[in-house]
Design a protein around this ligand. Sequence first.
Ligand code: SF4
Length: 86
Amino acid sequence: MTFANMGTWMERAACRDADPELFFPIGATPAPGPLRAAQRICGRCAVRLECLNYALETGQSAGVWGGTTEEERRAMRVEALHAARA
Ligand code: SF4
């Protein structure tokens, strides 16, 4: 994923017209309801993989990207670090 083609996949995002607060909830401990609603939208998104790759490659720590929560992406990064060291 590069910044050059980022606009292309974002134009096809299922969340384009969704409430941003579902994906970027306010508060230290987001309620599970909005997060699950966001993940349901991601579940029918044609560019989910591109979105997740972008989030991982650019270190997006906040919000739902590619159907993953902040904690899930953090765990993925830790797992990737351990795999790289093995
Ligand atoms: S995967 Fe989710 S957050 Fe990413 S573009 Fe699709 S709907 Fe939006």
